[in-house]
Design a binder for this molecule. Structure first.
Ligand code: SF4
Ligand code: SF4
Length: 107
């Protein structure tokens, strides 16, 4: 996935609303999914963050994913956040389990 070019027209919010590509930006508030319509496990897609304040961009989720389904892509300010390829994701939950923000909430 590293260095992979992403077609903006295939990115969407969790509710399926296409992302705005105005000015080349990808504004978002919650976890983004690539190819969400092709998800094999629609009901098990991970919610890595509901808002950018819940993600520091540490890349731990990408590193632990056994299917290499997570890419780090920049937002409109250039900060990278994880994007899940829904067509590859098997919903194992490892990315959510390793996220330091989620552990902080659990503790
Ligand atoms: S749920 Fe599993 S397969 Fe899906 S993105 Fe997370 S670690 Fe990867
Ligand atoms: S592990 Fe959590 S904080 Fe780190 S990039 Fe993934 S979602 Fe963001």
């Amino acid at each position: 996935m590293k260095g992979m070019l992403i077609d903006n027209s295939t990115l969407s919010y969790r509710d399926g609303t296409p992302l705005s590509t105005e000015l080349g930006c990808r504004p978002h508030k919650s976890t983004r999914f690539l190819r969400r319509g092709e998800a094999r496990y629609q009901d098990r897609l991970p919610e890595l963050y509901r808002d950018r304040s819940e993600c520091c961009g540490c890349t731990a989720c990408r590193a632990v994913c056994p299917l290499d389904a997570i890419s780090m892509l920049p937002d409109e300010e250039g900060f990278e956040y994880p994007v899940v390829d829904a067509a590859v994701c098997i919903g194992c939950g490892k990315c959510v389990a390793i996220c330091p923000f989620k552990k902080h909430v659990i503790e």
